[in-house]
Structures are given as structure tokens and as C-alpha cells.
Ligand binder design. Structure first.
Ligand code: BMA
Length: 929
């Protein structure tokens, strides 16, 4: 019987010509070997992978993140490394292609002993027709990819006669020099928060593609969703229908009469609409078409906190009239407009008190909103360790932290699609950047062509994600880099070169491919001064041509003189803050992942040398520089808080790490409140993105989330201050004037009460002789702030010891414009605290903290039994990852704090009894031995 079946199907196959289809084989499925002749090493390997990780897996090197391996493993990148595998031979009749989505960075590729190609850009997709090589290949085909030493190659390129040079200091030098000459993740050569491994390997998937005649393989997809008549950088008309423009890049060849079909499905997989795309054009292995979708057919996509994250699946099919489909592909899309509005301040804005100048804020679906978030850096030096699970955990922390936008910083890498997918689903806007930063770049033809290819691939790949908020050309180019060459001998040339790369190449690439996304050449800038869409490159930058009294652009702010950290009169007044910060230590638990027990000390050279701020400035260890950065932290926390002085060395180290985190959180908190208050000030400030969300490794950095996922005090403080409605004190140290503001970023006004109470440190209410309001009725307009009052503290606290006074402020608000006879259901409560002196000199007392675990309700209850507790910190053991819904808070005896928790499973195991090892402390504990 079985034989008969086989015989029949063989006969059918003979009679009916069955259409062969494209076969894609993931190159990871072959058995790879990694070898270096000079190093005399040959080990099993992985693709995608990295040389360091393969050597670690084979036991040749230890954990690259351990101790000072950042320096000690430098030999690894010296020799060339070859990945090789025997791969399968394609079926005859098909054309065969090698397709690489990411090679890091300099390779020479061979197949069957024949040279295929050389590559030199980590961020390009490469594809090679290897049909003929296979045809002439006798025996088993071996594919080998030889990786060169990027540090050495970049140096050679820098020495090419006639190569561009810049004045000293223009290239931000971290560890290895010359990163601006090569298209490799710039922080691979070191950064002030990371190591310099210069990783190498196939960092993205790679494929063998076999394509039969008249078939294709789609290698990249552009989908652009915009409102009819929409022009990038200008306010789109929300009453218009949607245009969906799709463009598929393919390998193989298409018949001339091929067309494009589409089908749009909602999240329940129900068909919304389908049809043929119109205006179909075929050119250079790309097929493009578009359609109009009626605006009422679809729901909008919104960022988290502002609405639903409605996604649709768009299936695109290349088909031929009367015949079967040739190939099809699906992308998740969302319907939204996102604009970076840099238009001049309008008369109606001026009438509302907005200072003249230009706007610089984002608008989602036609609405201004307050962007709350931080800066995203590469979450690992080795990208193949960045898993979906880890990124889901990180983005969960972003959303729980009340952040709606991340800036994907410019000198790392373009994010893989799975991270954009997570952002699409959770509603986290990703301001994305081309990977150029803290340097000026060459503009020779080859370099520009290379950048163009990179930009075309990345812009087209990423554009369909509704989370994509912006493309920026690079990091700190206008506010830092050009500033350094401005007025120099070759100033005009440097500015012209800058415009060539960042406007003519990168800007034009965005505009050629996308009508939906705004572009700005530099992360921090004064914005454009003119747009002229009759030119392919419409932007004229304002640069430094500013008028006194007017406000433009976004700001960044770093000041390592911590003595002025809380002087808010020094913070920049701009339309948006895209960077600000100060470094802090990770917790002792995270340190333990990377350093030996004996090194758990502030004085340990291992700990000190893992501090890269200020950067070592070269490949050698630089203890002096590193000590400088450590001292900044010491000075900061010892100025403002009691100095830990514990006898047990590990306890002392843990306390110092925590002290540095408390300063960091306090400092960022002060700035976040200042920027948010700006939404109701003449600057009409509409964004706060602090530096930086997360860590690349275990070290002192600006991060709010440690490597491994543990939240620092900062992430909790930012979560608290990124709530919709907050109450904030602003104390002017010079004239002792205290002002209190309530700020809201809701789209509609809120009303309610503010309760304020002065206590002494024991928690006893103070009897003020002067009038100070206890309960105030408050209303705050949509995305606005309201000043509650202004008091001179020496008058208000007349006769009271300033060191023994604490002010508690609490809002209790609801939506102001409810329909008649409707009771509010949602309340906006926020508690905040103020002390007229720094805690280092305040008369703090033992607050008598009591911690109770209520396992059934997944919560802890914290009581302060004998005084006000400042900066209460719940700590948990190393072998588990826990996040609390609040931490780093203050508690007074009148109101216990309830803290809910979530345990994040690691390998499905939660250590039994972890909660018994949770501890509670406050700033008071620093005073204990
Ligand atoms: C800015 C950023 C980063 C840097 C950070 C901390 O310069 O753009 O380049 O890591 O500050 O110094």
C-alpha cells in the first residue's frame, strides 16, 4: 500500500510541473567552527555570535565582564578570526544567495575556496549571488567568514594620505581611537559607561537563500503610514484619510506585470480591508505601491498612558495577473501621526504666555503631549545575549516607570525588530538615531556611499513600527561637536561636511523613504530655521543664530560640581530636555556578579577602574581619571546626606553604593520636576528624558536600572515623578523662598486638594506662628502647572529650628470636567517632601522602621514608629529579581506605606523564603555603625 502511494505521487510529480518555491536556510543550523591561526585556537562556534562568547563557551577565556577583563582580554581582538562551516548545496536550477543581516564589521567571505566579498559596515544588510560559485564547487561547500581587527583597520584608514583630520578633542576619545572612520557601533571602542571589547562576529541572522526562476525572496520591507498630503516636519491634517505606502526589496527577478495586493487584519485576525495597491513601480529589485485607507476603518495607535496600542497586520503579496501569488510578507503596523514640531511659536501660543522662538516638542495624532522617559544604550556589549525575555523585562520596567518615550542613543546600534515590536505592543515611543556621535565624520565618496546604504536599509526596515518617533542624525553634534570647530580655521569646511553627511545623505534618505517621520540632524539642537520642500533636502538649521529672549530647541545638562546640584536656577530653560544626569554605583548585589568578594570596596582598584567617567582617554588603564569620577560621587553624597561609616567592609560598601544612588535619584528628581513644571512656564517645556535608562555592564554609570535588571533608587524616583499629577517644592537657596507647584500632564484639567503639613523629625506637627496653608483647593490645566504659593522660609518658620522641620505635601485630585452628577472614580495622589536644610545637617532621628510581609497580598507594610523616615529603601537578596511598586520613599508616623511587589522568575525558579531576607532602612541607617 505504502509503495503504491509513493508510486502515484511520483507519477503525479512527473505529469504536473509543481512550482518550486524559494528555500531559506538559516545559517545557524550548520556546524560552525571558529579558528585563528596566529592564536592557535580552534573551537566550536555560533552564528549569530561573537568571538568572545564562543571563546568563553569553549573555556578559553573567562567571563568577559569579570573584573578587569575589559583590559585583560585585549589579545582576543588582535588576530583575525575565521568562522567556517560546511553548508548544504542548493538544488540545481535555483539561484543561490548568501544574505547577512549584520556582520560586525570587517569581513572577507569565501565559499568553496572562492572569494565572495568583503564587507565593512556593521549596520548594512549584505546579499551575494553565489550561484556560480556553487556550480563550480566540487565536493562539500565550505563557507568561511574571516573577521579583521577593527581597531587596527580604523587606524589604517585614519592614516590614508589625504584623510580628513579635525582639531584635537573633536573626536570624543574613550579607549580606542578612530571610531569615526568605520561603521561599527561607536561605543564598541569604549564609552564613559561601558567597556571596550570591540566585539566581532555575525551579530544578526544570516541565511542561504535558494530562489527558483521567476520567484523572489523579500529581504527588506518598507511600510509608511501617513495622512493624505502629509509632509514630514509639518503638522498633518487629522481629518484626512490614511495612505499606506509599501515597498518591498527582493532578491531574484519578477515578471514585468507583477502587482501588489494587500490585506489588513485587526488584532482578532478579522479582515478589515483588502485590495490591490495602486501606482505600482518596479525599479532595481524593489516593487512599490500604495493605497488609501478610509480614516474611519481603523483605530489609532497611542503611546502608553495616552490611549490604546491598536496594531494591525498588513499582509503584502506580490502576485501576477491570473496566476498564483509569488511571494508575501506580513508586517504589524499602527495608524498614528507623530511629529517633532519645530515650527515658530504662533500668535495664539504667544497670547497664552509662551515665550517667542520656536517649538520643539512631539505631537501624537495631532496632540501635544509631555514626553517622559530616558535614554536607551546598548543593553549588552554582545548583542546576541540581548534576548526577547530580557527586553520584555526592561520595557515592562519602562512602562511601570511611567515612561512613554526612550531615546535610542546614537552611538550604539540600530535596534533589532523584536525590540521595536515590544515597544509597539507596550506603547513606548522610540526616538531613534543614526549611529554617529561625539565626533565629526569623514565625507569621502566611499564613506558616504557606505552610510547611504546603511541608512536606506535601516530606515526602510524600521519605518513600519508605530513606536518609531523620530530619526536624529547623531549624538551631540550641534551643541558639542560643531561648537568645537566653530570659528576655527576650517570652520566653513567642517560645517559643510557636516551638512553633507547629516542633511544630504541621512536627512534625504529619511525623506525619500518616509512621509511619516520627522528628522533632525543632531540630537540636541536649536532646530530648523527654514524649510523649503522644493529642494530634495528641505532643512536649513538655525544653529547658533538665536535672538535674545527667544527660546528654541532641546537641551542637555551635565554638571559634575555637585555643590550646585540643587540650584535649579542653573538648569537649562528650553522646550525639551533630552539628556541630563550624574553617575552612581550599582548595588552590592550587582557588583558581586562581576568582582571578587575581596574587591567589594570603594578603594578597590578593580571597582575604581570599572568607572569610565571621565574616560581613560586611551586603551590603557587610567587610575587617576577613574579616581576623579569616584570622587565626584563621594563629594556629592557626603555633601547632602549623612556619611556611612560602618565597621563591616561589605556593609560599608553597600551603604556607599546606596548613598551614591540616593544622590543621583535626588538630583534627577530635582531636574525632572523643574522640566515638568516648565510645561506651565513661558518655555512651554514638553519633555524630560534623563540619561540613562539601563546599564551595559556592572559599573558606576548614569543608569537607573542595573545590568541584570535590578532597579536603582533613580528608577523608583523617576516612576514617582513621572506620574500624571505631581506636587513639587522649589526652594531658592539664595533668597530662601519656597514655592510649591502642582503639575499635570493629562490631556484635560484636574481639580482637587493639596494638603501640606510641617513636622519635626519625630513626626510631631509643628505649630507655625505664621500663616501657612494646610489645605488648598487646586486646579491645573491640561499639560500645565499651577503655582500654589510662595513663602519666605525664615518668616514662615520663624522661631523654628530649620534643621528640625520637614514639609509633607500631598495632592488628592480628579478630572475637573466630569459630566453633571458624575462622581470622580480616579484619583491622582502624590506625596512629596521638602526639608529646609540638607539631610547631612538635619536633626534626623531613628524613625523606628517596622517591616511586615503580607505574602497573601504580595505586599510589605512599612511603618515609621518614632519619626519621619527619609529615603526608605527595601533591599532584597541577590538570587532573585524583585520590583516594588514604590521604593526610595519617605514615611511619616501618621501613615504606613504599603508596597506591592512582583517577583521576576529567572529560569523558572524563585528561591524559597526570599521575602524573609528583605530588609528595610532609611537615611538614618547611614549614621549607624
Ligand atoms: C552624553 C551622552 C553620552 C554620554 C553621557 C554621559 O554625552 O550623549 O554620550 O555617555 O552624556 O557622559
Amino acid at each position: 500500500m505504502a509503495n503504491l502511494k509513493a508510486w502515484i505521487s511520483a507519477l503525479v510529480a512527473l505529469i504536473l510541473p509543481v512550482k518550486a518555491s524559494t528555500k531559506v536556510t538559516d545559517l545557524s543550523t550548520f556546524k560552525w567552527n571558529l579558528a585563528s591561526t596566529p592564536a592557535n585556537i580552534s573551537v566550536p562556534a555560533k552564528i549569530p555570535g561573537a568571538v568572545h562568547l564562543d571563546l568563553q563557551a569553549a573555556g578559553i577565556i573567562g567571563d568577559p565582564y569579570h573584573g578587569l577583563n575589559d583590559y585583560d582580554l585585549r589579545w582576543v581582538i588582535k588576530p583575525n578570526w575565521t568562522y567556517s562551516a560546511e553548508i548544504s548545496k542548493p538544488a540545481s536550477g535555483a539561484s543561490a544567495w548568501l544574505l547577512f543581516n549584520g556582520l560586525d564589521t570587517f569581513t572577507s567571505i569565501e565559499l568553496c575556496g572562492k572569494h565572495v566579498a568583503a564587507t565593512n559596515n556593521q549596520f548594512r544588510q549584505y546579499w551575494f549571488d553565489v550561484t556560480n560559485i556553487f556550480k563550480n564547487c566540487s565536493g562539500k561547500p565550505t563557507l568561511s567568514i574571516n573577521f579583521g581587527n577593527a581597531v587596527e583597520i580604523s587606524e589604517k584608514i585614519s592614516k590614508i594620505p589625504g584623510q580628513e583630520t579635525w582639531p584635537p578633542g573633536v573626536e570624543g576619545l574613550f579607549e580606542f581611537e578612530h571610531r569615526q572612520f568605520i561603521r561599527k557601533e561607536q561605543n564598541d571602542f569604549g564609552w564613559d559607561w561601558g567597556p571596550a571589547f570591540s566585539p566581532t562576529g555575525t551579530w544578526q541572522p544570516a541565511y542561504l537563500v535558494e530562489i527558483p526562476p521567476f520567484d523572489v525572496h523579500i529581504r527588506n520591507v518598507l511600510v509608511d503610514v501617513y495622512r493624505e498630503n502629509q509632509v514630514p516636519l509639518l503638522v498633518p491634517d487629522q481629518s484626512k484619510n490614511w495612505v499606506v505606502n509599501a515597498s518591498l526589496d527582493y532578491l531574484g527577478s519578477l515578471p514585468k506585470d507583477a502587482h501588489l495586493e494587500f490585506a489588513l487584519f485587526d488584532q482578532k485576525k478579522q479582515l478589515v480591508t483588502e485590495g490591490k495597491l495602486t501606482n505600482v513601480i518596479q525599479a532595481s529589485n524593489t516593487i512599490t505601491g500604495s493605497t488609501v485607507i478610509a480614516k474611519d476603518f481603523v483605530n489609532l495607535w497611542w503611546p502608553t498612558g495616552l490611549g490604546n496600542q491598536t496594531l494591525y497586520s498588513l499582509r503584502l503579496t506580490i502576485a501576477q495577473e491570473g496566476k498564483k501569488s509569488i511571494s508575501s510578507v506580513t508586517r504589524k503596523i499602527g495608524f498614528r501621526t507623530i511629529l517633532l514640531n519645530q515650527e515658530p511659536i504662533r500668535p495664539d501660543q504667544l497670547a497664552k504666555g509662551v515665550a517667542p522662538g520656536a517649538n520643539w516638542h512631539f505631537e501624537i495624532n495631532g496632540k501635544e503631549f509631555y514626553a517622559k522617559g530616558s535614554n536607551f544604550i546598548p543593553p549588552d556589549a554582545f548583542w546576541t545575549r540581548v534576548t526577547r525575555d530580557k527586553m520584555e523585562l526592561l520595557f515592562d520596567a519602562v512602562v511601570k516607570g511611567n515612561q512613554n518615550m526612550l531615546r535610542v542613543w546614537a552611538s550604539g546600534a540600530y535596534l533589532p525588530d523584536f525590540i521595536y515590536d515590544i515597544a509597539d505592543e507596550l506603547g513606548v515611543l522610540l526616538w531613534s538615531e543614526f549611529n554617529f556621535g561625539d565626533a565629526l565624520y569623514p565625507v569621502d565618496k566611499e564613506f558616504l556611499n557606505n552610510c547611504k546604504e546603511e541608512a536606506v536599509y535601516q530606515v526602510r526596515r524600521i519605518n513600519h513600527h508605530p513606536s518609531l518617533a523620530l530619526w536624529a542624525g547623531g549624538n551631540e553634534l550641534e551643541n558639542l561637536e560643531l561648537r568645537q570647530v566653530q570659528g576655527s580655521e576650517n570652520s566653513t569646511r567642517y560645517f559643510a561636511e557636516y551638512e553633507t553627511l547629516f542633511l544630504d545623505i541621512l536627512g534625504v534618505t529619511v525623506f525619500e523613504n518616509s512621509r511619516s517621520i520627522s528628522y533632525t540632524p543632531s540630537s540636541t539642537s536649536n532646530g530648523w530655521s527654514k524649510l523649503d520642500f522644493s529642494r530634495p533636502q528641505p532643512i536649513t538649521q538655525r544653529y547658533y543664530n538665536t535672538t535674545a529672549g527667544e527660546i528654541y530647541g532641546d537641551t542637555d545638562y551635565y554638571n559634575y560640581d555637585s555643590t550646585v546640584a540643587f540650584d535649579f536656577t542653573r538648569y537649562p530653560v528650553g522646550r525639551f530636555s533630552n539628556e541630563f544626569g550624574f553617575h552612581s554605583m550599582p548595588s552590592i548585589h550587582t557588583w558581586r556578579q562581576a568582582v571578587d568578594e575581596k574587591d567589594l570596596s570603594w578603594e578597590s582598584e578593580v571597582v575604581i577602574l570599572r568607572n569610565h567617567h571621565p574616560p581613560p582617554g586611551g586603551p590603557e588603564k587610567n587610575l587617576n581619571a577613574a579616581r576623579g569620577g569616584m570622587l565626584e560621587m563621594t563629594q556629592a553624597h557626603s555633601t547632602y546626606y549623612p556619611i556611612p561609616n560602618k565597621t563591616d567592609p561589605a556593609a560599608q560598601f553597600a551603604a556607599l553604593c546606596l548613598a551614591s544612588q540616593i544622590f543621583q535619584a535626588d538630583y534627577y528628581g530635582s531636574q525632572i520636576q523643574f522640566y515638568r513644571r516648565g510645561s506651565g512656564m513661558p518655555e512651554r517645556q514638553l519633555g524630560s528624558l534623563y540619561w540613562q535608562l539601563e546599564d551595559i555592564w556592572q559599573a558606576p554609570t548614569w543608569a537607573g536600572i542595573e545590568y541584570g535588571g535590578r532597579w536603582k533608587v533613580l528608577h523608583y524616583r523617576a516612576k514617582d515623578l513621572y506620574q500624571n499629577v505631581i506636587v513639587s517644592p522649589f526652594y531658592n537657596l539664595e533668597d530662601q523662598k519656597l514655592e510649591v507647584y502642582v503639575t499635570s500632564d493629562l490631556f484635560v484639567p484636574v481639580a482637587g486638594k493639596l494638603h501640606m503639613e510641617w513636622y519635626d523629625w519625630k513626626g510631631k506637627p509643628l505649630n507655625l506662628t505664621q500663616n501657612f496653608p494646610k489645605d488648598v483647593n487646586v486646579t491645573v490645566g491640561a499639560i500645565n502647572s499651577t503655582r500654589i504659593g510662595s513663602w519666605n522660609l525664615s518668616d514662615t518658620l520663624n522661631g523654628i529650628d530649620l534643621k528640625n522641620a520637614v514639609l509633607m505635601m500631598e495632592t488628592y485630585m480628579w478630572l475637573a470636567e466630569l459630566p453633571p452628577n458624575t462622581a470622580p472614580t480616579k484619583f491622582y495622589r502624590h506625596r512629596n517632601w521638602f526639608t529646609p536644610t540638607f539631610l547631612s545637617s538635619a536633626k534626623i532621628v531613628d524613625p523606628g522602621l517596622k517591616l511586615t510581609h503580607v505574602p497573601k497580598e504580595l505586599k510589605f507594610v512599612i511603618k515609621a514608629t518614632s519619626g519621619v523616615a527619609a529615603w526608605v529603601w527595601l533591599d532584597y537578596p541577590a538570587d532573585v529579581l524583585v520590583t516594588f511598586d514604590n521604593n526610595g520613599f519617605w514615611v511619616s508616623p501618621d501613615l504606613p506605606m504599603i508596597v506591592k511587589y512582583e517577583v521576576h522568575e529567572d529560569n523558572g525558579k524563585i528561591p524559597w523564603g526570599w521575602a524573609d531576607n528583605v530588609t528595610v532602612q532609611s537615611i538614618w541607617d547611614f549614621t549607624l555603625p
